[in-house]
Write a protein that binds this ligand. Structure first.
Ligand code: NAP
Length: 485
């Protein structure tokens, strides 16, 4: 199977106002296979004029879409959930091809990504306001929830399906229309999703998908347009800050899901085997190319040796190769730049005094591979503990006291995910309350769940995706003051 079958030739174009078409001037953009650097296929490369047409289509569809019955919007999402689930293998292969992750890993993302459609199909019918008597008696207060209006969604390459469905699901449920710009390196999954939503009955203009290499000008043009009411972005903190600045003139509503630098704390009372199991998930999900990836392993000195040894054995036993090959556990990174950046962080950490337990060096040759790597005795201030690694490298730093652990964990500009391994209930509560992160996983390496509010604080952004909270990002509140009658 080759997931490219999900897309007809036209469906590698732009999807605007319910029709597939070429970009202005017929310009195209290559999609590269990260396993060998070859060109997989190409997609349309939209001009700024094309992008504005996509916004025109979203604006035109907004009023009628907002009037549809919640149940109708929910049913479209439920149908789309069913179709993605039926075609899970095709989607998994397509994602594996364009992004590099293994097919098994991609299947996991298909399940996770599809769940946002099921969850928000259920939430579409639970949008409600409130009715109350004013505290002083007399008047009555009524609130109504309304869709925010046309949205712009910009998504990253690391989860080509789920980072889209996490925005598209609640927006559809709330009655918003949208323009979606997937990452240029992984546009195919989003195009396949657009075709599937059309099949599920989504009316023309509600979802518009634009692929473009003119990314900066594209966001400037759409954010400069006062018809656009909301931007939801998942990607790097640097680009997030650009989009926040660009939103100022139109005061667009924003959701920012940005970078992370997750600490993974292992206390002296932890079940070390369970911590190693959790570390394998928190580190190796998506080859470490996840905003929630455990970035800094902070381990009590009394168990650090055992933890490093066991983690090193597990990491060293993984097979690296093309994501579509049976038996492969770890696929390539997204591009050459990623391999260089991970390699540089590892080399610098070794220079700072870290010891290599396993891995350490890129093999070279075709494809963008980096071996699973464990480093011990990494100084807390080594650059690898400061930056988001975005690769399969686990740096271990030791601590002596709980106070130390919390100080080290919070000593980062980021605040997305964190992980804690301990068997002490009181400590669990102290950690949940003192870690400055949007999410805290207790004795678990996997925290993402469509029913939970996903998001960060500090340089990891603001806003929440998933859960009951996720749909609020797409709703405005109107307050109606009523006399007592
Ligand atoms: P990125 O470089 O910020 O790119 C993300 C998206 O932004 C892509 O679609 C990219 O388009 C677009 N973009 C780049 N410059 C832009 C501009 N000036 N205006 C508008 N859009 C622009 O990030 P990435 O390297 O793809 O993704 C990795 C980052 O995403 C990591 O920092 C990771 O932690 C973060 N992430 C966060 C979450 C979360 O939920 N918090 C989830 C996943 C990933 P092009 O592809 O065309 O350049």
């Amino acid at each position: 199977m080759n997931g490219l079958d999900l897309l007809g030739p036209q469906q590698r174009g732009l999807y605007i106002g319910g029709a597939w078409r070429e970009a202005e001037g017929g310009r195209r953009l290559d999609v590269i296979d990260p396993a060998d650097g070859s060109v997989l296929t190409d997609v349309a490369d939209a001009s700024i004029g094309d992008a504005v047409e996509a916004l025109d289509a979203a604006v035109e569809a907004q009023a009628s879409w907002a009037r549809t019955a919640p149940r109708e919007r929910g049913e479209i999402l439920r149908t789309a959930f069913g179709l993605i689930t039926e075609r899970a293998d095709e989607f998994a292969h397509l994602m594996s091809l364009e992004m590099g992750k293994t097919v098994a890993e991609a299947r996991g993302e298909v399940g996770y990504g599809a769940e946002f459609f099921r969850w928000y199909s259920e939430e579409a019918v639970r949008i409600h306001g409130r009715w109350m008597q004013a505290p002083a008696g007399g008047s009555r207060l009524l609130t109504i929830k309304k869709p925010v209006g046309p949205c712009l969604f910009i998504t990253p390459w690391n989860f080509p399906l789920a980072m889209g469905t996490r925005k598209i699901g609640p927006a559809i449920a709330a009655g918003c229309t949208m323009v979606v710009k997937p990452a240029s390196q992984t546009p195919l999954t989003m195009l396949a999703l657009a075709a599937l939503l059309e099949e599920a009955g989504l009316p023309a203009g509600v979802l518009n998908v634009v692929t473009t290499s003119h990314t900066g000008e594209f966001s400037q043009a759409l954010q400069g347009d006062d018809r656009l009411r909301k931007v939801s972005f998942t990607g790097s903190t640097g680009v997030g800050k650009v989009l926040v600045r660009q939103s100022a003139d139109q005061l667009q509503r924003l959701s920012m899901e940005l970078g992370g630098n997750a600490p993974f704390l292992v206390f002296e009372d932890a079940d070390v085997d369970a911590a190693v199991d959790g570390a394998m998930i928190a580190k190796m999900r998506n080859m470490g190319e996840a905003c929630t990836a455990a970035n800094r392993f902070l381990v009590h000195s009394s168990v650090a040796g055992e933890f490093a040894d066991k983690l090193g054995k597990r990491m060293g036993s993984l097979t690296v190769g093309r994501g579509q090959t049976d038996g492969v556990d770890v696929g390539p990174l997204i591009d050459e730049k990623a391999v260089e950046s991970v390699g540089r962080l590892v080399t610098d950490a070794i220079h700072d005094g870290a010891r290599v337990v396993v891995g350490g060096e890129a093999p070279g040759g075709p494809g963008y591979f980096f071996p699973p790597t464990v480093l011990l005795d990494v100084p807390a201030d080594s650059e690898i503990n400061v930056q988001e690694i975005f690769g399969p490298v686990a740096p271990i730093t030791t601590f002596e006291s709980e106070e130390d652990a919390v100080r080290l964990a919070n000593d980062t500009e980021y605040g997305l995910a964190s992980y804690v391994y301990t068997r002490d209930l009181a400590r669990t509560i102290r950690m949940a309350e003192s870690l400055e992160f949007g999410m805290v996983g207790i004795n678990s390496g996997l925290i993402s769940n469509p029913a939970a509010p996903f998001g960060g604080v500090k340089s990891s952004g603001f806003g929440r995706e998933g859960g009951f909270e996720g749909i609020e990002e797409y709703l405005e509140t109107t307050y109606v003051a009523l006399p007592a009658g």
